[in-house]
Design a protein around this ligand. Structure first.
Ligand code: SAH
Ligand code: SF4
Ligand code: F3S
Length: 477
């Protein structure tokens, strides 16, 4: 496989060139503001995973530097960006339906510029689709061109023509872009981009390019700044953080990165995702166990409990290896939470295979799982496999999976009753304004009676009830 070295970073001159476009747009937007008495709004809609959330914070940072006011509604926007996901069919359908709704906003304001970016629009068939069926989309750019957004937007403003830029297939690391973080106490920090694993069902390696790691010094500096700015919870992002550093030919790996970050003084926690079980090392677990700031939480996607299906998925581990890691985490950190991803209805998955997945859940006793119905992705090997599973069987397995896991999740939350846990408060719950919510070090959701002003702070909560999806308690006086 082709190795991409860190030398393939976007050159600082290129970043400066993009910043000059940012300034030119800022001048235009300032003139607009002077003439009309208000600033143009920009709205960014983000679908997909945390990687996309992190990318959108860069897009928002660039838009803000261009003089836009970032809005949480699209209605009065002069710039709308939809940052798309391609992981399952549902994600793509949703993106297209959302884009469809913006047609009406454009009818009211012809000056509105609509852009689509992210994983979905790296795929040629989607680019064609948008070209033909969504004439009101003005700019389109793939994941490799994120840092070129200022130039594309400027060209669009200048020339008026649609700019549907196919992905450049040259995937680099871009440092030094402005960022506008959503939260003032939880932050994302990408440590690497792309994926080399080619799990047979997954579109990510096709839409995000090969693995490339950021320099350790860049990451350490970013985390230091965040801690100094009062951030309490920092999540390191990568599709497979365990291969951090391997592409760059450096001496260090992910465990070294964690040790280095752990030295930063302050009251904060570091989470990370995602770990691929094929190369989650014992050294990594040892480093976590002896650390001060690395949260005792592991997200370790298992995908299936059947060795035959794991092989078809090209996951490169078997259940024995997988459960060995789980056991080792529990041996070193009995208090750790472990979560997982499971796919049901993978091609040729038999009843027997599926039963093995249920058995695996009972054996692994995850605190929680994210479960998915297999969705064929164009261009991936699994979409061409024989014996695709019918929607009915997929649905039935999915429901049984949830039922089995719900009992396990409940059993994992019960022992918290009567205990006191440290929680980072997220303010009022979005589902019920009356109660406050937060998360434990292990990522468990905690609901409690609180008061405004606690958001972004660590507080101790006495747990009164452990339920399937959350813990309930009161503030310890
Ligand atoms: N890099 C991460 C996962 C990223 S995608 C990892 O390897 O663990 C998040 C999850 O989406 C995957 O773990 C998988 O469970 C699910 N997923 C990916 N492709 C899918 C598909 N085609 N259909 C259904 N679920 C899928
Ligand atoms: Fe997809 Fe596998 Fe890469 Fe995760 S490791 S992003 S599931 S190909
Ligand atoms: Fe993430 Fe979806 Fe892309 S899960 S990497 S936004 S395909």
């Amino acid at each position: 496989m082709e190795k991409i070295s860190v030398n393939k970073a976007v050159l600082p001159e290129e970043i400066d060139r993009q910043k000059s476009y940012i300034n030119r747009i800022k001048e235009k937007n300032q003139r607009f503001c002077d003439e009309n008495g208000f600033r143009k709004q920009a709205f960014i809609m983000t679908l997909g995973c945390q990687q996309n959330e992190a990318d959108s914070e860069r897009l928002a940072g660039m838009a803000e530097a261009m003089g836009y006011e970032i809005s949480d509604k699209p209605d009065n926007a002069y710039l709308i960006l939809v940052n798309t996901c391609a992981i399952r069919e549902h994600a793509e359908k949703r993106a297209l339906s959302i884009v469809g709704q913006y047609k009406h906003i454009k009818a009211k304001n012809p000056e509105l510029i609509i852009g689509i970016c992210g994983c979905m629009v790296v795929q040629e068939h989607r680019i064609q689709d948008i070209k033909m069926r969504y004439p009101y989309v003005d700019i389109l750019f793939g994941t490799s061109s994120l840092h070129k957004f200022p130039e594309l937007l400027f060209e669009k403003m200048q020339r008026g023509k649609r700019i549907l830029r196919p992905d450049e297939k040259e995937y680099l690391v871009a440092e030094g872009l402005p960022v506008r973080r959503e939260s003032s106490y939880r932050a994302w920090v990408s440590v690497m981009y792309g994926c080399n694993n080619f799990c047979s069902y997954c579109i990510v390696p096709y839409v995000r390019g090969r693995e490339r790691s950021r320099e350790m010094s860049e990451i350490v500096n970013e985390v230091k700044e965040l801690v100094a700015d009062g951030y309490k919870d920092i999540t390191l992002l990568g599709q497979n953080v365990n291969s951090y550093g391997k592409d760059s030919g450096k001496e260090y790996d992910f465990a070294d990165l964690l040790s280095e970050l752990d030295k930063i003084e302050g009251d904060y926690l570091i989470h990370f995702m995602t770990s691929h079980p094929k190369d989650a090392s014992r050294r990594l677990i040892d480093v976590m166990a002896s650390s001060k700031h690395i949260a005792r939480q592991f997200h370790l996607p298992m995908q299936s409990g059947s060795d035959r299906v794991l092989k078809l998925m090209n996951r490169r581990y078997d259940f024995e290896k997988y459960i060995g890691i789980v056991d080792y985490i529990r041996e070193k950190m009995p208090e750790a939470t472990i979560t997982s991803d499971i796919i049901v209805g993978f091609p040729d998955e038999s009843d027997e295979d599926f039963e093995k997945t249920l058995d695996a859940l009972r054996r692994a006793k995850f605190d929680m799982i994210f479960s998915f119905i297999y969705s064929p992705r164009k261009g991936t090997p699994a979409s061409e496999m024989k014996n695709q599973i019918s929607p009915e069987v997929k649905q039935e397995r999915f429901e049984r999976l949830l039922k089995t896991q719900n009992e396990i999740s409940l059993a994992s939350n019960k022992p918290y009753e009567g205990k006191t846990v440290r929680v980072l408060c997220d303010g009022r719950s979005k589902n019920n304004n009356e109660v406050f919510c937060g998360r434990t070090e292990g990522g468990k959701i905690v609901l409690f009676d609180g008061d405004d002003g606690l958001e972004g702070r660590f507080i101790n909560i006495e747990i009164e009830r452990g339920d399937t999806f959350a813990l309930y308690g009161k503030i310890k006086k």
